[in-house]
Ligand binder design. Sequence first.
Ligand code: ZN
Length: 597
Amino acid sequence: MEKFIVSARKYRPQNFSTVIGQSHITTTLKNAINNNQLAHAFLFCGPRGVGKTTCARILAKTINCESRTADGEACNTCNSCQSFDNGNSLNVHELDAASNNTVDDMRELMDQVRFLPQAGKYKVYIVDEVHMLSPSAFNAFLKTLEEPPAHAIFILATTEKHKILPTILSRCQIFDFKRITTKDTVDHLQEIATKEHVEAEKAALHVIAQKSEGCLRDALSILDKIVSFTGGKLTYNNTLEHLNILDEDYYFKWITQMQQQQVTDALLLFDAINQKGFEGDMVLEGFAECIRNVIVSKDERTAVLLEVAEDFKSKYVETAKAVDTGWLIAVLNLLSDAAISYKQAKNKKLHIELLLIKLSFLKQAIQLTVGDSGIEKKKITESTKTIAFKALPSFSIAAKERKSIKKAAVIPPAPAAVMMVEEPQKEWKKSAETKMATAVVETEMPITKLGSLNKIRNLVSAQNSHSVAHVPLTQAALETAWDAFIQKLNDNKNHSAATNFKFASLSITGEHGFDITTETNIQQKFIEAERSELIVFMQQYFNNKMLTYNVLLVEKEVPQNELEPKPINTKTYFKMLAEEYPMIVELKEKLKLDLEY
Ligand SMILES: [Zn+2]
């Protein structure tokens, strides 16, 4: 293989039509030249290595050409063109603002602007990386830009348009350069390879194009390097090796292994990859890209986004058909999580291995269901529902009553979230046991099953058949009784219970029953705690042994669509605690604590 000239220089485009991938700009420029409507200042924006400086030079050459072609291209033969091509034209001045960004550099350049060109029509000033100019240099430049001489044309190039001052932007004709597509890059590389008699597999050129990420200059220099290392024979494998890229085949193997839950094979494969010198973060990124490509291949419309070598396209499409979207998305999620936590991981290899284990069993952990909105993913491991609210502590009651005790049940919130609380199942640690000894509530426990309720009523009315008439249950009487009970609580120094009783609202449900409606768990808990006292008190007050009540919890501000009550957050939890134990608030204030909920 004879001497290989750096492709980027040798194959630098000599006219507009040979510029790769920027036809939207070259056409406009050619038209402007042909119609003599050339602006005095241009701003070329775009990523690095996509042809900004090249276009600037071609523009400079073309407008100075002595015999332009009919379609507005430079002739490449006249004196001016020759001097441009040899790099000794006096009509083009380049300033790299990245290294010459002081006000003096700029003044020096601007001093030259005043002089007419010795030959040709225009002097072209190319300022590369113009966003790097110092503010004072910018201002010096701005003065000239405001009133440029007729023979001067400024071409500013930048990779960071947002850093350019609006005063500059408004004085320039702006051109946005595009990233070079993989296809364009591959085609260009192929063209050069053919001209240079280099044998190159298409897949190898694809890898180079992908690695260069739309920067043609990088693609060409990669090509140069690999050509010189491989003696002019580019294969897919030696290109991967040279670029330190992991073969996509490994990822496909992983997908297959994970689908079949072959965790051992997946781990062994990672070990092999690791021994080749590939680091975990690279593997994560590569695998994520592979999964992305499979997802993209699912739909013909998005398949155009697949930028891989033709040889691989069919493989992606095949895999896409064989694998569930839900699984792919779950894998992608786990991969991105792992990539985020990779840096913090102490044992990087273990970090990846654990991920591989998870991914291998992922198929077990998710289940797909087809719903109205397409495919939905359900995690089996998460299907066990969390407990919606805490069970309410309660007092213990006679053994024979326990049989009929039911757990607190949630009635779906329609129209409001109403929670019917029957007998809570936990034992209330207070002295309920002793209270029970005196309370006569054995048969009067409110039980919602209608059958047993009637049975009890009959029983009770039979027992009380000899008793005197009841005090009629009216709202006013009920509230008076309620207040009396609160007074009793206060007398017993049970102030926190009294407070909670005050907030409850009462409503009569029938001749022998009423509802106590509370708004919080805490209130309800306090009222439940006094159940044995309360029922005795009320029955005595109304002289009615059949009198019963229900404690309801009506939660406010529950959105209609929320079917399951949310777990309590820490803020609410604190409030609840504070309500129950006012000491906490006192403690918080005494210690001057700031709470982070
Ligand atoms: Zn010419």
